[in-house]
Design a protein around this ligand. Structure first.
Ligand code: NAI
Ligand code: MG
Length: 356
């Protein structure tokens, strides 16, 4: 029997509350399968750790994580720690150190999930967002000159390498081919006259290698409008780091809200561990009350099962989640219910056990 070693970094706020439920569901899937198991090691890193030790994780944190099959992350963020520190010194550090250059975010309206678009049919909202996750606008390149002086100036560069663009766009073409769905590239070449012209050019070049994949190209402003007005246009979508960050929050809003949005940070070559997370933050406004929605974390767990090659169990976890949503009796307050975080986790685990 295969045992997967999971590094669990629950982080801050609601992070520990929701990951506890995700781990519960993962272990239920393992038990039902009889074919694999999980060994979870919890690391108390994040803003709480920073306030005590002056760093988000220990100096050898990356080396420690290297030995795991996957990382399961809750959320980081605390009003007492500047957000750029918590983001750069934990989340982005892991993404960059482990070359997790694919950020895979499903935007799918499950049965029972609320949608603010009054004319959209459920099947119209079914997208797979593939966001560049290692460079682009979030490369951290730039300078801050004449700090505090009247002539102060800051420069933030976008870094688009041929290797970086090619590998993410190729991954998207492969995904579209496998799923037999169209591929849309979202960019902004009219205004970003170097980076996005280059991106579009590479998209064009690679499309010649995939004549079987139907392609579309949108400017990011038009794409955001069509995601609301006509979401069925989008199936597999590939875009840059910044645009993907913003558009997937919009995606979350039309597909049930932040409590339901999950993301995988993948190193497709499997040289390093990949990381699975709910895309919401630490939600300080509801933390500690046991009412956070664990469904995004459960969905991320299902992505982990998919990535391990257990797509059958990944699908069953998602189906169990959808069954609880559709049933509608055991939901957290963000979805109009009165249940607690752990009651929802229990309900999903129970559905999984019944189905499996
Ligand atoms: P947030 O995602 O934490 O919260 C936004 C809204 O969504 C809040 O009203 C919150 O209550 C609600 N919400 C979020 N997750 C929920 C869940 N599971 N169930 C029910 N409701 C949920 O975003 P916000 O408030 O902008 O950021 C709070 C902190 O989190 C900041 O420090 C920010 O930097 C950090 N953050 C961390 C992320 C990460 O670790 N990946 C991502 C986004 C923000
Ligand atoms: Mg974001």
């Amino acid at each position: 029997m295969k045992t997967y070693k999971i590094a669990v970094i629950p982080g801050d706020g609601v992070g520990p509350e929701v990951l506890k439920e995700g781990m519960k569901v993962l272990k239920q899937a393992a038990e039902c399968s009889g074919a694999f198991s999980f060994e979870d090691t919890w690391f108390p890193w994040g803003c709480g750790y920073y306030l005590e030790h002056g760093q988000m994780m220990p100096g050898d944190g990356i080396r420690i994580l290297e030995g795991f099959d996957a990382i399961y992350l809750g959320a980081v963020g605390d009003p007492r720690v500047p957000d750029h520190i918590s983001l750069w010194d934990l989340l982005l550090k892991i993404r960059k150190s482990f070359d997790q250059y694919v950020n895979l975010r499903p935007v799918k309206l499950l049965r029972g999930a609320p949608c603010p678009l009054k004319d959209a049919a459920r099947e119209d909202i079914h997208m797979t967002f593939i966001r560049e996750n290692s460079e682009g606008e979030y490369a951290g390149s730039g300078s801050w000159l004449f700090k505090g002086k009247p002539n102060e100036v800051v420069i933030q560069d976008g870094v688009f390498s041929r290797t970086g663009c090619e590998r993410i766009i190729r991954y998207a073409f492969e995904t579209a081919r496998k799923e037999k769905r169209s591929l849309t590239s979202i960019s902004k070449a009219n205004a970003l006259n170097y980076s996005m012209v280059f991106w579009d050019q590479i998209f064009q070049e690679l499309s010649a290698e995939y004549p079987d994949v139907e392609t579309h190209s949108y400017l990011v402003d038009a794409a955001s409008m069509f995601m609301v007005k006509d979401p069925s246009r989008f199936q597999v979508v590939v875009t840059s780091n910044l645009f993907g960050d913003i558009l997937t929050d919009l995606g979350a809003a039309i597909a049930g809200g932040m409590g339901l949005a999950a993301g995988a940070n993948l190193n497709p070559e499997r040289k390093y561990p990949s990381m699975f997370e709910p895309i919401h933050g630490s939600a300080p406004d509801i933390a500690g009350r046991g009412i956070a929605n664990p469904m995004a974390s459960v969905w991320a767990a299902s992505q982990m099962l998919d990535f391990f090659g257990h797509e059958d169990w990944g699908t069953r976890v998602l189906e169990a989640l959808e069954a609880v949503l559709e049933d509608g009796r055991i939901l957290t307050p963000d979805l109009g219910g009165t249940a607690s975080t752990s009651q929802v986790g229990d309900a999903i685990a129970r559905k999984l056990a019944e189905g499996g």
